[in-house]
Design a protein around this ligand. Structure first.
Ligand code: TXA
Ligand code: MG
Length: 352
C-alpha cells in the first residue's frame, strides 16, 4: 500500500473515532462507514444516504474469528461459510449480539456481517482494533447505483461525507451475496459476488432462494426498483434488440445499446444509435456494469437499451441488478442459445 494511503488510514481512524463518516473501497463496491458503537455517527449515515431508518446496515470487521462477538447463536453453517468465503463478498444475516446497537440494524434482532476482501478496507478495520467495526451501506444515495470508484462516491455524496479513501476501482463491482438462515437451511437473500452453487458446494444441498411473499425483513436491495440510473433503462432480448433500438430512434429518442453478444449482422448502419459492447464473461461484465450505467447517465440520453443477460446461474447477480434498474419491471433473463464459450469462467467464486 502506498505510504500516503497508509497516512490517510491513520486520519480516517481518527475521524471515525471522533464520530465522522469515511467512504472506503471494498472488493464489491465502496462503503460509507461509521463506527458501529457511535449512535450519532450511524444516524448520520442514514441522513447522508437519505435512507429510511428501518433499513439495516451491514457491520464490517477484519477478523473472521470475531464472528461470535457480533452475532449470537451462530449456526454451524454460518461458520462454515465464513471460514470458506471471508474475507470475501459474502454477508451473513445472524441474530445480533449486544455489541451491535439497535440503530445499526434498523431495530431488527438480526445483523448483516461481512469481512471484506480489500487491502484498504482490511487495514482500516484492523486499525480500529479487535472490538472495532464499521456500519457501512454502499456509498450512494438511497435507490441509486452503488459507486465502484472514489470519484463515483464524490459524485454521489459530495461534501456530506468527511473523507473518501481512494483504493481504485472495485474488482467485483456488484454488491455482496447476502445469506440468511431459516433453521438449518441457508437462504440467498441477494445474489452477488458468490454464486448459489458455491454456497451449496460448501454446505451440501441446504440452500434455497427466498419466497418473496415470506419476506419479513427489510432488504432495500430487494425492492423492485433499486440500483437504478436516472436515464430510463430498458431490458430487451437479443433477437429484438436492434429492432427496438430503431423503433426508439424513430420516435425521436437518443439511445445507447449495451450489448454482450455483439452479433454483427444485426447492427444497422447509418444510425445515430450509440453502441457499447459489454464483456461476454459475467465477471468482467459485473465489474463494468455500474461504471457504464453511470457514464451513460451523464450523456443526456433518453434510453439505455440493455441486452438481457443469459438465463444462467453465473449471470444471476447481473440479471437481478438489471431487472431492478429497469423501467419495465418483471422482465426475465433470456435463455442463452447463442454461445456457450463465455461460460468458461470459475463458477465458484466470481462476480455472478
Ligand atoms: O457488498 C456489499 O454488501 C456492500 C459493501 C459496502 O459491503 N454493502 C452494501 O450495503 O451493499 P447496502 O446497505 O447498500 O446493502 C445491504 C443490504 C441491504 O439491502 C440491507 O437491507 C441488507 O443488506 N441487510 C443488512 N442487514 C440486514 C439484516 N439484518 N437483515 C436483512 N437484510 C439486511
Ligand atoms: Mg446499497
Amino acid at each position: 500500500m502506498k505510504p500516503d494511503l497508509h497516512n490517510q488510514i491513520g486520519s480516517a481512524v481518527a475521524l471515525l473515532r471522533a464520530g465522522g463518516t469515511v467512504a472506503f473501497p471494498t472488493e464489491t463496491v465502496y462503503g460509507l462507514g461509521a463506527d458501529v458503537s457511535n449512535f450519532s455517527a450511524v444516524q448520520r449515515i442514514f441522513e447522508i444516504k437519505k435512507r429510511p431508518a428501518d433499513h439495516p446496515l451491514i457491520v464490517h470487521f477484519a477478523d473472521t474469528s470475531r464472528l461470535h462477538y457480533w452475532a449470537r447463536d451462530v449456526p454451524e453453517q454460518a461458520w462454515q461459510l465464513a471460514e470458506h468465503f471471508w474475507p470475501g463478498p459474502l454477508t451473513l444475516i445472524l441474530p445480533r449480539s449486544h455489541h451491535v446497537p439497535e440503530n445499526v440494524t434498523g431495530g431488527q434482532d438480526t445483523v448483516g456481517l461481512r469481512v471484506p476482501d480489500h487491502p484498504v478496507a482490511l487495514a482500516l478495520l484492523t486499525a480500529l482494533g479487535t472490538e472495532g467495526a464499521l456500519a457501512a451501506p454502499s456509498a450512494n444515495r438511497f435507490g441509486h447505483i452503488s459507486p465502484t470508484t472514489a470519484a463515483h462516491v464524490q459524485e454521489e455524496l459530495g461534501q456530506t461525507v468527511d473523507m473518501i479513501l481512494d483504493g481504485g476501482a472495485c474488482e467485483i463491482g456488484l454488491e455482496s451475496t447476502i445469506v440468511g438462515f431459516s433453521g438449518q437451511t441457508a437462504v440467498i437473500l441477494r445474489p452477488g459476488g458468490i454464486s448459489l452453487a458455491a454456497v451449496a458446494e460448501v454446505l451440501g444441498d441446504k440452500v434455497v432462494l427466498p419466497e418473496k411473499e415470506n419476506r419479513t425483513v427489510r432488504v432495500p436491495g430487494a425492492l423492485a426498483s433499486h440500483y437504478a440510473p436516472v436515464t430510463p433503462l430498458e431490458l430487451c432480448p437479443t433477437e429484438s434488440l436492434w429492432r427496438r433500438a430503431l423503433e426508439l430512434e424513430s420516435a425521436g429518442l437518443r439511445v445507447v445499446v449495451m450489448e454482450w453478444s455483439a452479433r454483427k449482422p444485426d447492427h444497422p448502419e447509418n444510425t445515430d444509435i450509440l453502441h457499447f459492447p459489454m464483456p461476454r464473461k459475467p465477471a468482467a461484465y459485473g465489474s463494468l456494469l455500474y461504471a457504464t450505467l453511470r457514464r451513460f447517465d451523464h450523456e443526456g440520453l433518453d434510453r439505455l437499451l440493455v441486452e438481457a443477460p443469459p438465463d444462467q446461474p453465473v449471470w444471476a447477480a447481473i440479471a437481478d441488478r438489471l431487472q431492478r434498474a429497469s423501467c419495465v419491471p418483471g422482465f426475465k433473463a433470456q435463455a442463452d442459445d447463442h454461445d456457450s464459450s463465455r461460460m468458461d469462467g470459475n463458477m465458484t467464486h466470481e462476480a455472478v
